[in-house]
Write a protein that binds this ligand. Sequence first.
Ligand SMILES: [Ca+2]
Ligand SMILES: [Ca+2]
Ligand SMILES: [Ca+2]
Length: 237
Amino acid sequence: MVIINVETGDCEVDETGLQAARSLQAKSPHARLFGMRLGYNVGVSLRRISLMNISPFLNKKLARRFKGYDFDGNGYVEKTDFEQAVAKMCEAFGHGPDSAARQRLYDFTMQLWQRLVTTADANADGRISEAEYKNAFANSMLVTPENFEQGYRPFCEAVMDIVDVDGDGRQSLEEYELWMHTLINVPKADTGVAFRLIDKDGSGYITTDEMVEAIREYYFNEDPQSIGSLLLGPLDS
Ligand SMILES: [Ca+2]
Ligand SMILES: [Ca+2]
Ligand SMILES: [Ca+2]
């Protein structure tokens, strides 16, 4: 179904139309909504239209994020990319398969994968292309300012549980470098500058709050001077 807000032209597509209607109504509670059952291709082209609303800056950030997800670098994000990334990171921090913290991170990561594959995999081939990822983001099907906190704070806490070896609730530069490199494939040389930007209070350590704020800025701050330009390494020009 495609659901259209007849006043604003805003539209969203999903299988039953329920989620799309709820999401449009959340944006404008008194919206007059119009629903249509559509062939799949129409749905896809509507998604393409809204992709044009992505700024060049956000487009670069999403491309960089996609690379971080694509652990084996084959151009598609698959379940195995997530499994391998979590295993690599956890092994680097000495968390074997029996670790409860590893299991928790794995569970969050699988939730993220499920969300990706159920919302973004437009051609239903079980893997996510870069275009599919960007389309889904552009359609607010993945992360939005409204659901950000709920989705990312538990994830950042699960990461912290593994990397914060001495349990003081903060990460050192070395810990940060190691997990960004193993989980998201960010070269160690690119992490130092980002670390200092994330460490807003200049304590020399990163807290979960600081990490959550940095990721929020990555997705939603359009200022080229913001952390988004550096968090995952320099953006391709
Ligand atoms: Ca891959
Ligand atoms: Ca796909
Ligand atoms: Ca700090």
